[in-house]
Design a protein around this ligand. Sequence first.
Ligand code: ISJ
Length: 101
Amino acid sequence: MFVRNELQRLRDSIDNLDAALVHLLAERFKCTQEVGRLKAEYQLPPADPAREAAQIRRLRALAEESKLDPVFAERFLNFIIAEVVRHHELIASSHAAARRG
Ligand SMILES: C=C(O[C@@H]1C=C(C(=O)O)C=C[C@H]1O)C(=O)O
């Protein structure tokens, strides 16, 4: 009984944390979509490698402080950034097509 209750208690928290992660990611993508539209409008490149490198340095340091594996933190951020850049490329090509008429 103890094991079942403990497992349930921990899984309830995991479910809440997963929901928070989804909400946080959704908000992040709302912001990055706006960045993508701005970049497309002003014809700036979809990716900004200097900004990415700075974020990775920052996130690795935060991960170390929080005892999270920094390699995992870097992979996770790279995974998200790759998706954002893919969205920015799509937005840029639809803006370019609209400019061509
Ligand atoms: C969101 C941006 O666009 C891209 C995506 C980034 C991100 O998801 O954090 C960071 C840099 C850019 O390659 C940005 O330039 O700020």
